[in-house]
Design a protein around this ligand. Structure first.
Ligand code: NAD
Length: 208
């Protein structure tokens, strides 16, 4: 039968279908789908913002998990978890996103990959589906039984955290790669001087 429950074999698809067809799925219940979007967000840029908007078209709430939360003041991880929360929040507001649908959570790294997903689950509110293009992140969540969806890419050559950090170090235009009040905040915290003083990473960076 076309609307039978059986065809929805993945948790998030099941929940999304249940929201669309409440009577088929028992009616009366509240079905709320939460998506996890995880990244270092060093810093969160317009590409990340566009991904968050796309995810919010598919789910009711988004958990924005700020990975490697314990790192700051290094060439690859210049901003603290607190600063990154501020940046993500401002960017979402600039993008017209309803903050009531967003939970921003810092998640430190853990030495053993095999226990990392349980660690993420400990820090984050419950989520149903994970959005990531990072192969390690995808593999760890798939092995833990989660539905993992690729996140769409938005002009990745241009919107890249590594590119923003490079432009900050070289005092070139980075402001156009982040939203307006994020640019203001990054100026407020003297990010250009911080990046210049910390210096360039030892090896060419390949991370976004
Ligand atoms: P990131 O900030 O580099 O990227 C976040 C996401 O944004 C990625 O899915 C990326 O594809 C996407 N993105 C980047 N530019 C984009 C653009 N222009 N348009 C659309 N999407 C774009 O973060 P990351 O490297 O994916 O973060 C993974 C985190 O998980 C890190 O903090 C890492 O340390 C952590 N992690 C930890 C462990 C552990 O502790 N054992 C294991 C695995 C992963």
């Amino acid at each position: 039968m076309r609307n039978s429950k059986e065809k929805y074999f993945k948790a998030a698809d099941y929940l999304a279908a249940a929201r669309r067809n409440p009577t088929v799925f028992g009616g009366g219940q509240s079905f709320m789908v939460r998506g996890l979007f995880l990244g270092k967000f060093q810093p969160f840029h317009i590409g990340h913002l566009e991904v968050a908007k796309v995810i919010l078209r598919e789910v009711d709430e988004i958990v924005l998990a700020i990975g490697s939360a314990q790192f700051s003041y290094t060439p690859e991880n210049p901003f603290t978890a607190g600063e990154r929360i501020e940046i993500v929040r401002r960017s979402l507001l600039d993008g017209g996103v309803d903050l009531g649908q967003c939970l921003i959570v810092p998640v430190p790294d853990v030495g053993t990959h095999s226990i990392w997903v349980s660690y993420v689950k400990t820090f984050c509110p419950k989520f149903d589906v994970v959005y990531s293009n990072n192969n390690l992140v995808r593999t760890l969540f798939i092995d833990a039984g989660y539905q993992v969806k690729p996140s769409p890419l938005f002009n990745r050559e241009k919107y890249s955290s590594a590119e923003i950090r490079r432009r900050m170090r070289e005092k070139k235009d980075w402001r156009s790669l982040v939203s307006q009040s994020v640019a203001g905040y990054l100026e407020e915290i003297n990010s250009e001087s911080r990046l210049t003083n910390i210096g360039a990473p030892k090896q060419e960076e390949h991370t976004p």
